[in-house]
Design a protein around this ligand. Structure first.
Ligand code: DC
Length: 233
């Protein structure tokens, strides 16, 4: 069977990773969260004092990019992939507000994107994958077999992010999250290097009022309509 590449792009906190994980599990594909990779670089920069008062020490960060080793490993208890930075599990540390606040600036850096995009392309080589992010269908895998562009209303996205942080036992303020999402949308869409945009051949999924089950049913219907469906079954 030809290994399929399913690219899922869209705005922050619109449920991309939940949806991508569910699809990957259903099809038995590997799931790759590219946002976690940008978050891991941001954590590295924060831990090494390369971000001070919002200003990034670019020469220092770019010179240390080769020291970064980002991988995903499956947690046997939860069955979920977890992000590792230089062999340390950082799955929790990369989700903090401090990282969320700085990640858009870090992910706008050309050298960072080049390194991560080439890592992502290598991860998808000859493998069936579901990859989510902002530029998967446009830059990482422009020839992906299925491209989905996800969106949801700002209120729904803020609520989802709030619920996620609370569920993880992290402190969160609704206003702060809402501001952070608006800021990230703006930076993600207007940056020079591979900004967030919908690939012309992507199919839009607005899941503002859809449950996870409804989204899966939507995906199953979509599979039936695509010629690629034959290769999946
Ligand atoms: O999906 P997320 O919120 O965890 O992503 C974190 C940040 O990383 C987001 O603000 C934009 C950036 N990102 C990116 O620029 N390109 C990707 N492929 C994935 C994420």
């Amino acid at each position: 069977m030809h290994p399929l590449i399913i690219a899922i792009d869209g705005f922050s906190s619109c449920g991309k990773s939940t949806f991508a994980k569910a699809i990957a599990q259903k099809l038995g594909y590997a799931y790759i969260d590219t946002g976690a990779m940008y978050r891991a670089v941001t954590l590295f920069a924060l831990q090494n004092g390369m971000i001070n008062n919002g200003s990034i020490n670019l020469p220092e960060l770019t010179s240390r990019l080769d020291d970064l080793h980002i991988t995903f490993r499956r947690n046997r208890e939860t069955g979920q992939n977890e992000a590792f930075l230089n062999d340390v599990c950082v799955e929790r540390d990369i989700r903090t507000i401090a990282v969320s606040d700085a990640v858009s600036e870090i992910s706008a850096i050309k050298e960072v994107r080049r390194k991560l995009v080439s890592l992502q392309q290598a991860m998808g080589k000859d493998k069936a994958i579901v990859m989510d992010g902002r530029d998967v269908g446009t830059d990482v895998f422009p020839d992906a077999d299925i491209k989905i562009f996800m969106t949801a209303s700002p209120e729904v996205r803020t609520q989802r992010r709030y619920d996620e942080l609370i569920q993880k036992g992290m402190s969160a303020g609704w206003e702060e999250i809402s501001r952070n999402l608006a800021k990230r949308d703006r930076i993600d869409q207007t940056r020079e290097e591979s900004p967030l945009r919908q690939a012309p051949d992507a199919i839009v999924l607005d899941n503002s009022s859809m449950t996870p089950d409804e989204q899966m049913a939507w995906f199953e219907d979509l599979l039936k309509t695509l010629p690629v469906h034959r290769k999946c079954s």
